[in-house]
Design a protein around this ligand. Structure first.
Ligand code: AHR
Length: 502
């Protein structure tokens, strides 16, 4: 049977914040070294940045880029990463059992953002694992104070006369996780985050601050953690973070395809928790959500390597280099739909990560760079998912999943741009059958289908690889029609779809 929904511009969710299309560069594996930065690469510029990667980063359309971690940040000494390269110390990175050379640091990160263009914005994470208020303030002074103090003058002496203007800061990373260096209880972290936030606002009341929420909805401390942390920090922070990674468990692809059910409930539960604390504190302020790590990640494979005891202290080893299939890209697209459907409260989101490490862009040292399957949904959403998200309530045939019970086959959202054009993003979760779709367009002056693009394949396990980097790409779909205010189409089995209407 046919899936249906109605679009009407009077019923909206909210405006998409460009920061919804953020990403993440961590000092992990080859994300930085031989990823974005490889001075000996044939395409490297004078700063050592790979131009082939930069071109793909621009095409991807990322906005805010979170840095330098991740778990890495909980042992990070920012001062190791600035100043003359030859003086920078080599350090143990406990998070990934690697050696950090600090060849790429804060100044190089800011230069990288500038090369991407004005849409790229810094999002700097602070070490609240092994460090605290004093070091956060020193980094803030070094990065943002114009001149005339020890640390701002040091920045200028290092060659960066202009302040970096970092406005968005993460108060630590995954502090709820026992794996985190300097892991804390909710009470301990809430206090540390509150005092760091208060002090940072003494330098600049306008900074935007993200408190750590839970590392996933399945953490034993989930929701209680958010409540405790927000009781301590409510007036001092702007965002609470969420992290989520998905993979098939025990080969259960049907549940994997419904991963966005978990993501949407996670978002709604964090909103409920934050608003509950706001109500308790009699506050008019709303805390927004920073979904600053999300992706498909075959984490169990990583845990096997981690527990094998074979890792040494290598420089830029190959870690977490997941190679994504068409199925993974469809789930990934559905996660993007989940974020857009909550654009009223999720106002920052970071795809973890950008290059090589669970990434949409892959590179070979000295060799080429290419797009993974997940590159395409992100680039399309970042480009066309701008404007007002329309309220989409689907009436869809369902299928049975072990994890989430009866689930809609259709997952969809729609975004109306300033010029009145509308883009529908839709996923068919069904693995065997095409899904007919009808959309009633009311109160919208739309007359034609500009484009229907789909990512789907006869082989849902198809991937792009070093040897076959263009095996998978979206294809145009014929037969999608807009007539008398109704859009009619058929969504291929296991497909991500972008339908643009004007
Ligand atoms: O993105 C990989 C890792 O996942 C990050 O370092 C950490 O924050 C999360 O557990």
């Amino acid at each position: 049977h046919t899936a249906r929904f109605t679009l009407n511009p009077a019923f909206t969710i909210g405006e998409v914040n460009p920061r919804l299309f953020g990403s993440f560069v961590e000092h992990l594996g080859r994300c930085v070294y031989t990823g974005i930065f490889e001075p000996d690469h044939p395409t490297a510029d004078e700063a050592g940045l790979r131009q082939d990667v930069l071109d793909l980063v621009k095409e991807l359309g990322v906005t805010a880029i979170r840095y330098p971690g991740g778990n890495f940040v909980s042992g990070y000494k920012w001062e190791d990463s600035v100043g003359p390269v030859e003086d920078r110390p080599r350090r143990l990175d406990l998070a990934w059992r690697s050696t950090e050379t600090n060849r790429f640091g804060l100044s190089e990160y800011i230069a990288f953002l500038k090369k991407i263009g004005p849409q790229a914005e810094p999002m700097m994470a602070l070490n609240l694992g092994t460090r605290g208020v004093a070091e956060a303030l020193e980094l803030q002074e070094y990065a943002n104070h114009p001149a005339g103090t020890a640390l701002s003058d040091l920045r200028a002496a290092h060659g960066d006369k202009d302040p970096f203007g970092i406005n968005l800061w993460c108060l630590g990373n995954e502090m709820d996780g026992p794996w985190q260096t300097g892991h804390k209880t909710a009470e301990e972290y809430g206090r540390a985050a509150a005092e760091t936030a208060r002090a940072m606002r003494q330098i600049d009341p306008g900074v935007e601050l993200v408190a750590c929420g839970s590392s996933s909805q399945s953490m034993p401390t989930f929701a209680a953690w958010e409540a405790t942390v927000l009781e301590e920090t409510y007036d001092l922070v702007d965002y609470i973070s969420l992290h989520a990674y998905y993979q098939p468990e025990d080969g259960d692809l049907d549940s994997f395809l419904a991963s966005a059910v978990d993501m949407e409930s996670f978002i709604e539960n964090v909103v409920a928790t934050a608003d509950h604390i706001g109500a308790k504190l009699k506050s008019k302020k709303k805390i927004n959500l920073s979904f600053d790590e999300w992706n498909v990640w075959y984490m169990s494979e990583w845990h096997e390597i981690e527990n094998s005891g074979t890792r040494d202290w290598a420089e830029a080893p190959r870690l977490l280099e997941d190679n994504y299939s068409v199925t993974d890209a469809v789930v990934f697209g559905s996660l993007l739909i989940a974020l857009l459907r909550h654009a009223d409260r999720v106002t920052v989101a970071c795809l973890a990560q950008l290059v090589n490490v669970i990434a949409p862009i892959m590179t070979e040292p000295g060799g080429k760079a290419w797009r993974q399957t997940t590159f395409f949904p992100f680039a399309q959403a970042a480009r066309h998912g701008r404007g007002q998200v329309l309220d989409v309530r689907v009436d869809s045939p369902t299928y049975e999943t072990k994890k989430y019970g009866e689930t809609d086959l259709l997952h969809a959202t729609a975004v109306r741009a300033e010029d009145g054009t509308v883009t529908v993003f839709a996923v068919n979760r069904g693995r065997t059958d095409a899904l007919p779709l009808e959309v009633a367009l009311t109160g919208l002056d739309l007359t034609r289908v500009v484009e229907h693009s789909a990512l789907a394949d006869a082989d849902p396990d198809a991937r792009n690889t070093l040897d076959d980097p263009e095996r998978v790409a979206p294809h145009p779909v014929d037969g999608t029609a807009l007539q008398d205010g109704t859009l009619s189409t058929v969504l291929e089995p296991l497909s991500w779809n972008v339908i643009r209407l004007a």
